[in-house]
Design a protein around this ligand. Structure first.
Ligand code: C2E
Ligand code: CA
Ligand code: CA
Length: 678
């Protein structure tokens, strides 16, 4: 009885999970309450189970394990055990023969899953802390209670010039303080030992002996209520004003902010002028990150901020410590480079920065490519005061942007002319429609199989008294910027529809018209309504109208645009993607819409049989479109070779100088007369 009672106390009510196993047949002979709770079986269920019902190993492997225990060769094993609810847990099992006979084994089971998860979490935690420690923009030293150095972060190395192995174990005050500062530092130590957080502005010495102004925060590292070490954080301040105002840095990047940059720039210019060091050149570089609005719209501002932060680090890698770098706008950085005689060094620097943007920004599952546009101006050549230097660097930056992609531009006087020209265009454009200065040209689109004219692309022309004939590439983007494109586009649509209706009425075979539509028009909520009104008024069947949308601008306001395009599709109008291959739209974007046509960009057609990659791209686009049941048009076909290649690859339609240049309505009608059978 006594034995039984003891057994019950020890076994049944033990908090440890315990099983008794018959080594001969692997049967579970008994399981305690803790085991029943843990595994989720009743005692009765256990009595009918074998150990192989919970251990994930095979019965044979279990036998080997059991024999090892019987021979007392092994007492501790790691297994995976299956619970009644199907969960698999990592366990460590301590087993030993029970009593003198080695038939029954007592196993005590410890669940390891939590512990393993905890360990994983700890490793992760440590990695996070390490990252934080090393990537924070401030210098940090970790000290023991004797103020000897245990660890330093990367910024500490950069600021003070020491590697950890040079100063590990040394007293922080001996390393960083010189002469009289040492006493002050001893005072500092006393305060910390008393458990106080200390903040102060002071001076510290670098390895090379340079003195730096720093703002210091030190606080004890406390464990179990006891100070076991000290963290000291040093924030570098390069001037007196900084000590007075800490509001000089941009929060996100840790760079200087705009107002500080302007002050510093101004100081520098005055200083140079006072000392009449005119030969001493200063370069201003403005660096803009392109396409971040798109990221904002699609992925949210957090990702956008992450990109700006990573971009800032990439830029920082390219500058020397004499340069002054600031974030002066949402997506704009400014870099001031002094004492440079050789322009080549600036070009080298700009190329270096651009090169840093060849690699994508990997954020989660997204590979995001961001390009930069850099504009450069120079003192004293491009201006002697800050406003003109900033303005000219800006003009150059926009010029770089226009040429698209990763580019830099050094200011040239012609750029100024371009700004003036844009200004004149803007002023004249306002009245162009009223003054009846716009007209339309039509360029034939032919069936690739038989060369028959089956349609026309409508291309706008602007003839102005002062400016002469202004090509659309010059004024469309300005009209888009001004918003005038909406009324211009409406005029194009009205005029083209009227013209087409009259051709149809005259009995010409039913050709179609492809009309270029600006994204700005699609963003207008009432655009589909206007289109419908024009169709109703002219009485034209909508199936003969096709809207060409340029792919490059595709992503902005994507939802609004998709909405407009859906409504336009509903009206029976076809949708064609213009300049296909150059922009952003992926197949997934296209699949949201009913796209009828892809227009392969001229750049690819030009390269047919010249550039292998581009030739392959053309083949692939046509093939892909065929699979998706989308028609293809090649634009800019100028040679028989190009035309033959496109025909061989089963491109559906061709357009280009080979078949006819854009011409006025009368000439186009003649073209149809000659080349199309009524
Ligand atoms: P796009 O839509 O890509 O138009 C094709 C351009 O290529 C036209 O230039 C056309 O004249 C030219 N082109 C056609 N075949 C050939 C060829 O074989 N070789 C070469 N080198 N060029 C060829 P264009 O008329 O100067 O128009 C330029 C751009 O202006 C158009 O590019 C289009 O994006 C825009 N645009 C023209 N009309 C309108 C309009 O009514 N509304 C809007 N929103 N944009 C328009
Ligand atoms: Ca077009
Ligand atoms: Ca095009």
């Amino acid at each position: 009885m006594v034995i039984k009672k003891n057994y019950i106390n020890f076994f049944e009510n033990n908090h440890a999970i315990m099983l008794i196993i018959d080594a001969k047949n692997q049967n579970i002979v008994d399981a305690n309450n803790a085991a029943c709770t843990y595994y989720g079986y009743t005692k009765h269920q256990f009595s009918e189970m074998k150990i192989s019902d919970i251990n994930t190993l095979s019965a044979d492997s279990i036998n080997i394990e059991i024999n090892n225990v019987r021979l007392e060769e092994k007492t501790e094993s790691y297994f995976k055990h299956r619970l009644a609810n199907g969960d698999i847990r990592d366990v460590v099992v301590y087993s030993a023969p029970l009593g003198k006979s080695d038939r029954f084994l007592l196993s005590i089971i410890h669940d390891m899953t939590e512990k393993q998860n905890l360990e994983k979490e700890l490793v992760l935690h440590k990695a996070y802390l390490e990252q934080l420690f090393n990537n924070t923009p401030n210098a940090i030293a970790m000290l023991n209670m004797n103020f000897r150095i245990i660890n330093i972060n990367k910024k500490f190395q950069k600021l003070f010039g020491y590697r950890l192995d040079e100063i590990k174990g040394q007293s922080i005050s001996e390393v960083l303080c010189s002469g009289k500062k040492l006493n002050e530092s001893i005072d500092f130590i006393k305060k910390i030992k008393a458990g106080k957080v200390i903040r102060e502005n002071s001076i510290r010495k670098t390895k090379k002996g340079k003195l730096v102004d720093v703002s210091i925060v030190a606080y004890p590292i406390v464990n179990d209520g006891k100070a076991i070490g000290v963290y000291v954080i040093y924030v570098e301040m390069t001037s007196k004003e900084e000590r007075l105002s800490l509001k000089i840095k941009d929060e996100l990047t840790g760079f200087y902010n705009r107002s500080y940059f302007i002050n510093k720039f101004d100081d520098k210019l005055k200083n140079i002028q006072e000392k009449e060091m005119d030969k001493n050149k200063i370069f201003l570089m403005l660096i803009n990150l392109n396409g971040l609005n798109r990221v904002n719209d699609n992925l949210g501002y957090r990702i956008r901020d992450m990109i700006i932060k990573i971009a800032s680090e990439r830029i920082e890698e390219c500058i020397s410590n004499k340069d002054i770098l600031a974030r002066i706008g949402e997506t704009e950085f400014a870099l001031l480079i002094s004492n440079i005689e050789d322009k080549m060094k600036i070009i080298y620097k700009a190329n270096n920065i651009l090169g840093k943007f060849n690699d994508p920004f990997v954020i989660g599952d997204n590979d995001i490519y961001i390009s930069t546009s850099i504009g450069i101006s120079n003192y004293p050549n491009d201006g002697v005061e800050i406003n003109s230097l900033m303005r000219r660097a800006h003009i150059s930056m926009y010029k770089a942007k226009e040429t698209s992609g990763n580019q830099f531009q050094i200011f040239a006087p012609e750029f100024q002319n371009k700004v003036r020209e844009d200004f004149i265009i803007e002023n004249n454009l306002r009245h162009a429609i009223l003054n009846d200065e716009m007209l339309l040209n039509y360029q034939p689109i032919v069936n690739a199989v038989n060369g028959e004219i089956i349609g026309a692309e409508v291309l706008i022309r602007w003839r102005n008294k002062e400016l002469g004939l202004v090509p659309p590439n010059k004024f469309i983007c300005i009209a888009e910027r001004m918003g005038t494109i909406v009324s211009i586009g409406e005029w194009v649509l009205k005029t083209a529809c009227k013209q087409l209706k009259s051709w149809h009425d005259k009995g010409y075979k039913k050709i179609f018209m492809a009309i270029n539509i600006s994204i700005k028009q699609l963003e207008e909520v009432n655009f589909p309504l206007i289109v419908k009104e024009i169709l109703d008024k002219t009485g034209l069947n909508s199936k003969y109208i096709e809207f060409e949308i340029t792919e490059t601008q595709y992503m902005k306001n994507i939802n609004r645009i998709i909405e407009s395009l859906k409504e336009i599709s509903k009206l029976g109008i076809n949708i064609s993607i213009d300049d296909f291959g150059t922009g952003y739209s992926s197949l997934s974007q296209l699949s949201k819409l009913r796209i009828n046509k892809l227009k392969i960009d001229r750049a690819f057609i030009k390269d047919i049989k010249v550039d292998i990659t581009n030739t392959k791209i053309v083949e692939t686009i046509i093939l892909m479109a065929r699979i998706l049941n989308i028609k293809t048009v090649a634009e800019g076909v100028e040679t028989i070779e190009q035309s033959n290649f496109l025909k061989e690859n089963k491109c559906d339609m061709l357009q280009g100088y080979l078949y006819g240049k854009p011409v006025g309505s009368n000439l186009f009608q003649k073209m149809i007369d000659e080349r199309l059978f009524k």
